[in-house]
Design a protein around this ligand. Sequence first.
Ligand SMILES: Cc1cc2nc3c(=O)[nH]c(=O)nc-3n(C[C@H](O)[C@H](O)[C@H](O)COP(=O)(O)OP(=O)(O)OC[C@H]3O[C@@H](n4cnc5c(N)ncnc54)[C@H](O)[C@@H]3O)c2cc1C
Length: 460
Amino acid sequence: MDSLISTLRTALGDDSVLTGERLAERARSFWDPRPLEGRALLLPRDTAAVSAALRLCHEARQPVIPLGGGTNIANATASGENDVLISLERMRGIGPVDLAQQTVTVEAGAPLETVQEHAAAAGLKVPVDLGARGSCTIGGMIACNAGGNQVLRYGMTRDMVLGLEAVLADGTVLNGLTPYLKNNTGYDLKQWFVGSEGTLGIVTRAVLHLYPAPRSRHTALLAVDDFAAIAPLLLRLRARLGGLLTSFEGMWQSFYELNSGEHATALPIFDAAPPWSVLLEIEGQDAEADGALFEQTLAEVWEAGGLADAVIAGSEADRLAMWAIREGCEAETKLYARTDQFDISLAMDAMLPCTEAIRSALTELALDSDLHVFGHLGDGNLHLVVGHRRGEIDSAHVKQLVYQRVAEWRGSVSAEHGIGLDKKAYLPLSRSTAEIQAMRAIKQALDPHGILNPGKIFDL
Ligand SMILES: Cc1cc2nc3c(=O)[nH]c(=O)nc-3n(C[C@H](O)[C@H](O)[C@H](O)COP(=O)(O)OP(=O)(O)OC[C@H]3O[C@@H](n4cnc5c(N)ncnc54)[C@H](O)[C@@H]3O)c2cc1C
């Protein structure tokens, strides 16, 4: 009998420790249906149980992989047969919404969508939203510092976390569940855990900052012929629309064509695919006044020049039709044998030369692969899809080609998806040796035996 597993059973209760077939009947992740691998899967019911489990694993030098909804896009929850996995799926509690503070305290296993519904019932909104809302958890979002479509206005997950409770590798509980916007009492420890991908501690609870739920929403799709017009356009929109501007999403021509063409479910909005399309959205509290401001602003933008076409969504169906092109992904699965996906940050003036350099390099290699570019243009975050008609193309080769150009243009190899295992080799392209050394020092201080999610982000 495995003595650590039997000690964990005694500490947590038999039904909180799954092994063998009960572990293997679960999928590895949202993306990978193969049977989960591990020595045991722990399902703690509260922070004390997480603490007890980590203390025992720390003493036994047992590697531990924290699990949320398994929706991350960086292979950040990969496990092997000797790992212990800890899922917070039984820790989904959500406290009452504090209207005076505009906060809610939640357990880390709560799915985003459930927290969104809870906030909406109190007239408030969770500022970060993702396509994975039904499956991803607050703990996983915090560990990934997830972004989404409204970062331009509300910031990333990092910005909505006011307070945090986390358990360190040795079982120490750090309770920082404060609801304050301002708290200059030494190091901001909660931020160490945001974006740490489960390598510094297990997040068990968090205080989230909520915002008034919008009562109005206005959307438009703009066509742009000259990329140089996009930065002044964004500046003008920010100046005129102020805090209402929520999304400024971009699509390069081939992406627009792919997602409104014969392999897509969405239909085209423009007669011909423009070189660039910008999906613009505002949210506010006064439908009439916001609508008038939106139309007036678009008229001014039109007058100023730089737009080739503009369509304002006249209904929710129109709005969804616009977002369907931006969020579509079925066409790429039909057209290509395989894709490589990238999530990069670039300065606005580097976007065009860098993506063109990547396109040229791919063309020179004659791989018979296509590059499609889209993303959160207003945040400087582009998503790249390299679609391969031939399945045997070497992914490592394509990654090196893309990340090398991103580094040459001083971009980031991960804007919002994180490093995990997938981008570990490319971390030095975006972070200096001194920065990676500082990260290692923090890891060693908080997790001296290196048991938490070992091998993710960097090697020790
Ligand atoms: C359809 C879809 C759309 C997406 N859209 C976006 C998007 O727009 N923007 C964006 O940024 N991301 C997006 N993502 C990826 C996004 O990062 C994840 O969906 C989400 O943040 C991960 O949450 P999760 O609960 O699934 O965590 P998991 O995938 O389970 O885990 C992610 C990481 O967090 C760690 N972890 C999990 N829980 C904890 C915890 N309690 N304490 C400490 N560590 C923990 C894990 O070890 C792992 O390193 C999308 C994913 C999908 C499937």
